[in-house]
Design a protein around this ligand. Structure first.
Ligand code: ADP
Ligand code: ZN
Length: 618
């Protein structure tokens, strides 16, 4: 590499210049500038930003601008490796230190440290808390510590990692070195816990905007799960990028991967029960494949760095808006349109409630979990803009209507469901057996609609006064009423009794006519999946990549290049950069350098090849 094009110069560089020169970005976004300035001045703090919000630059830029080594704590080896690969592409002397390096690689890192040639070091918490590592770090100037995925320090979060606890010692052991913790978790209790554990209680919290306008969000009752998922994938996938299906259990994740493969998709599976090497292999294939689908439990989370996840589908109700938002936030990090679909049923809601009730957790924690779950239910059953309800969970006020959720695009009609609810609740009560057991929604609805099934005959339910009093609604309409009564807490679902509907105290005022109930009408085809390709978000969302032959040729070139180097494709250039190149058709290096995402190092590496591809495609 010639000295003139060295991406990271030896002398100090202002953050804005470095951002342009190394990362090829025109300017900071949101609160990045403020955070970078704070750390440049030696300050510590906590950064809360949604996934895709741009947390990495908050520590990478000051690490490169301040004298000394930037140390980044990261919980996952796959994540570290991809970040290191991306930084090296940008001409940054970066390395990772973790338990799986071979002897030679470890020696390289040690030498880099000893010679002071490394600028950014990713390290696992286990390694960092070793005395030998700390002694080595203490011998050199340090630019900062960044603690990525900082919610791992908190027992309140879903990803508690005991090793993270030990990071509290950094403050005492390395006084004067700024410590920046970063997470996408915004839940107040976890936030306070992170600050306390990491000794950041007296430092500022930087909360970035939580809205992700390029992700269109939808939710629908689960009717024909496979059909709904198939339709959604067809509408959301564009043959590139990746998709994620989140499942409530390991078995469901495995089965879903299997039938998707049967459909001809390149579907992988990931859950905590798999051996580590299989998990790592799945991670790698996910990071590199085009049109690859990961079906997973929530164990698949951290380390999903690829910016072109085009869609995320949940087959089961997540336990809180925080986890749902974090999971769907993995889509569309490149800022291009992405889709999220949530499928759920009344059974999910009941099961989640029962799990909390039966858990041995302290009451205080159960109360919090219950509140989170109910917030999630209200998002799933929303009759007004879903994004607005979601953002309110993060104490953010969105516009009345976001224009990029299923409700805004196709508002559901509401009807006075008081009489329907009374009919359904009466049918539940009248069909109760002398033993006290109840029937499930299927049978209750058959009775309402006056359907003479063998089960109806067996229990002589055709002789009940409620038999056939509900012909005004379809079967699906009645199931919708039942589900909404479950969501409203007037019915419970007894999962030990094959999903029997059991009325609760809250059913009483409805039956007595003391409470009016507005319900959502279930349109016959009211599933997001069948609505075809969603229109791009009205405002705020950038345009999709130019539908251009040149874009495809550039992608093919990038794929070959990535394979030759053994790195993920986005590490070479993001889709948005390729799209910008395809649109601008730069004729020379100067023109190429103006494209966002093209820094010095990439220019040096790829200008020749890219300009040739552009020229030949004329
Ligand atoms: P996070 O770690 O918060 O999930 P990343 O740091 O990976 O998010 O950033 C998400 C995406 O946004 C990346 O593709 C990154 O290149 C891009 N990005 C971040 N900051 C900027 C910026 N100032 N200008 C342009 N792109 C940016
Ligand atoms: Zn909306």
């Amino acid at each position: 590499m010639s000295a003139a094009l060295e991406a990271v110069p030896a002398g100090p560089l202002a953050p804005e210049s470095l951002l342009r020169r190394v990362f090829g970005h025109a300017g900071f976004r949101g609160r990045q500038a403020e955070i970078v300035q704070h750390v440049m001045a030696g300050g510590s703090g906590l950064v809360l930003m949604p996934t895709g919000g741009g947390k990495s630059l908050c520590y990478q830029v000051p690490a490169l601008c301040r004298p000394g080594l930037g140390v980044v704590v990261s919980p996952l080896i796959a994540l570290m490796e991809d970040q290191v690969a991306a930084l090296r592409q940008q001409g940054v002397a970066a390395a990772a230190l973790h338990s799986e390096l071979d002897e030679a690689a470890q020696r390289d890192v040690r030498q880099g440290l000893a010679r002071g040639t490394l600028k950014i070091l990713y390290v696992s918490p286990e390694r960092l808390t070793l005395e030998t590592t700390q002694a080595r770090l203490a011998e050199q100037p340090l630019a900062l510590f960044a603690i990525d995925e900082a919610h791992c320090v908190s027992q309140w979060g879903h990803h508690f990692r005991p090793e993270y606890r030990a990071l509290g010692m950094l403050a005492a052991r390395f006084p004067g070195v700024p410590r920046l913790a970063l997470t996408a978790t915004a839940d107040p209790r976890t936030v306070e816990d992170i600050r306390a554990q990491l000794g950041l209680a007296d430092t500022p919290v930087f909360r970035g905007g939580f809205d992700r306008p390029n992700i269109t969000i939808s939710a629908a009752p689960r009717e024909s799960e496979r059909g709904q998922l198939r339709g959604f994938i067809r509408a959301a996938a564009d043959g590139t990028g990746a998709g994620i299906v989140y499942c409530g259990t390991r078995a469901r994740a495995e089965q879903t991967a299997e039938w998707l493969r049967g459909d001809g998709y390149d579907a992988l599976c990931f859950h905590a029960g798999m051996p580590p090497e299989e998990k790592r292999a799945a991670h790698r294939r996910f990071a590199r494949g085009d049109a690859v689908i990961m079906t997973a439990t929530i164990a698949f989370g951290m380390g999903i760095d690829r910016p072109d996840v085009r869609w995320v589908c949940h087959l089961d109700l997540p336990r809180s808006p925080e986890s749902w938002y974090q999971e769907i936030g993995r889509a569309g990090r490149d800022g291009l349109p992405a889709q999220a679909l949530l499928l759920y049923g009344g059974g999910d809601i009941a099961l989640a409630r029962q799990r909390i009730a039966a858990s041995p957790a302290p009451d205080e924690q159960k109360r919090i979990e219950r509140a989170r779950l109910e917030a999630m239910v209200s998002i799933a059953e929303a009759a007004t803009c879903r994004r607005r309800i979601l953002l309110r969970c993060f104490a953010e006020d969105g516009p009345e209507q976001c224009g990029a959720c299923d409700i805004c695009r196709d508002p559901p009609s509401l009807f006075d469901g008081t009489v329907a609810a009374q009919k359904l609740l009466s049918s539940v009560l009248r069909t109760r057996l002398p033993s006290g057991s109840h029937f499930g929604a299927g049978h209750v609805v058959d009775v309402l609609r006056g359907k003479l099934t063998p089960k109806v005959a067996q229990f002589a339910h055709d002789t009940l006064s409620v038999f056939g009093i509900g012909k005004e609604l379809s079967e699906q309409g009645w199931k919708g009423v039942a589900r909404q009564l479950v969501a409203a807490g007037a019915l419970d679902v007894d999962l030990d009794q094959h999903g029997a509907l059991v009325p609760t105290e809250a059913a009483r005022p409805i039956l007595k006519g003391e409470q009016r109930l507005m319900l959502r009408a279930e349109a016959p085809a009211a599933i997001a999946a069948s609505r075809g390709r969603p229109r791009p978000a009205a405002a705020g969302a950038p345009p999709a990549p130019a539908d251009d032959a040149l874009f495809e040729v550039l992608r093919a070139w990038r794929k070959a290049e990535a394979e030759a180097q053994g790195v993920p494709a986005y590490v070479i250039f993001h889709n948005e950069t390729l799209a910008a190149i395809a649109a601008a058709r730069p004729a020379d290096t100067e023109a190429l350098a103006l494209i966002p995402g093209v820094g010095r190092s990439k220019l040096e590496r790829y200008a020749g090849a890219v300009l040739r591809v552009v020229r030949e495609a004329e």
